[in-house]
Every structure is written in C-alpha cells, then in structure tokens.
Design a protein around this ligand. Structure first.
Ligand code: URA
Length: 205
C-alpha cells in the first residue's frame, strides 16, 4: 500500500488521512500516526526523525525529552515554537522492547520512503520560507544520502524544498552527551545554528 495522501493540502485533511496510513509496517507496533503540528501560516518548518515513546503515546511531535531540549533551544534562539510547524520524517514510532521499555530504533530507507509523501504534502501545504532538518535522518531524507550534518550543520544549503534550508543536529544528541560540560557545549552550538537560521529569515524579510 502506498501512503493514502489526499489531493487537498489542508493540514487537517492530511492529518485525518495519515491516521489510517499502512504504507509500511510501523503502524502495527506504533500506537498512532504522529502527524506534524503547527499552523499552515508558519514561516519555519522543523523536521525530526520519528516520534519517540512520549510522542507515540500523546500523538504529538516533540513532546518528550527531546522536545524539551528543542523548546529550550528555540526559545534561546528567539524562535517562537507556537509559530513554527514541527513534524517528523517518519510518522510512527519504531521501537524494540528492552524489558518493559520501548527503545527507539532508527527507521530504514523503506520506511522513510513510504512516509515521504506525507512530508512532501506537509511542505506543499505550509510552504515554509525556512526549513530546518534536525539530525541525519531528516537531513539525508530531504537533502540527499551524502549530506553530512557534522560537516554542513548550521549553514544554508540550496534546495528546491524552500527558499532557505538548513540542517543541524537532532536535539536527542544533546541528551546523549556523556557529561555536563559537553552537553552545555553541544546545546550552545545547537542554539547558534538555530539563531543563524532565525537571523537569515529576519534579514530576508
Ligand atoms: N525525536 C524526533 O525526531 N521526533 C520527535 O517527535 C520526538 C523525538
């Protein structure tokens, strides 16, 4: 089955259709489709990898620990989360059991490809001025497999997807930092990337 994307680009219509998507097998183990959230009028679209445990349960993107890091970084960068559209490359939680815990598992190319029509439809609906890819999964899905976040983070890249496109790290990479000092340094760099994006948007206004 391919993703049942309707012709309309109205976000509520898309969200309702995505709720029944069975284009890959992840619907079988995920609680629900976690569609993007935010206004169609958003200037900025942020794309993550896939919902995590909390997002899967609540049905909303970036509401768990990584979402809290993202909120903090957006605020520090002067970007109002209520004015951006936040979504994921893959819209079901992929996990494996470890005891009673559900551990995040990276989506594969087939799952990313199956979900792509939803992301394309979201981008066609919102038509952001600035698109920010959070982490390698989003960056490589949208900007090509050879894109390297470590090398190319924090600078605008040419893409037909939006007038301004940037990739930076995924907020969960900051949570994985092994000590307080590296966490502080990584958070600072993440905020700097987001601030550079926000500044580019302002100067192009
Ligand atoms: N990580 C993501 O990439 N997206 C979410 O929504 C939550 C965690």
């Amino acid at each position: 089955m391919t993703a049942p994307v309707p012709a309309e680009r109205d976000l509520d219509t898309l969200r309702a259709a995505a709720a029944g998507c069975q284009a890959c097998d992840l619907w079988k183990t995920g609680t629900q489709t976690v569609f993007g959230e935010g206004t169609r009028k958003a200037d900025v679209v942020l794309v993550g990898e896939q919902p995590g445990d909390q997002e899967d349960k609540q049905g909303r993107p970036f509401v768990g620990p990584a979402g809290r890091v993202l909120d903090e970084a957006l605020e520090a960068a002067g970007i109002d989360r209520t004015k951006v559209y936040v979504t994921n490359t893959v819209k079901h939680f992929k996990w494996t059991a470890q005891g009673k815990r559900r551990i995040h598992k990276k989506p594969n190319a087939e799952e990313i490809g199956a979900c792509r029509p939803w992301l394309s439809a979201e981008l066609e609906s919102v038509k952001p001025r600035l698109l920010i890819c959070l982490g390698a999964t989003a960056a490589q899905a949208l900007l090509g497999r050879s894109f390297r976040v470590t090398q190319d983070r924090g600078r605008l890249v040419d893409s037909p997807l939006a007038p301004m496109v940037m990739a930076t790290v995924h907020p969960s990479s900051i949570l994985r930092a092994t000590d307080d000092e590296s966490r502080r340094v990584e958070m600072k760099r993440f905020v700097e990337d987001l601030r550079a994006a926000a500044d580019a948007l302002k100067s192009a206004a």
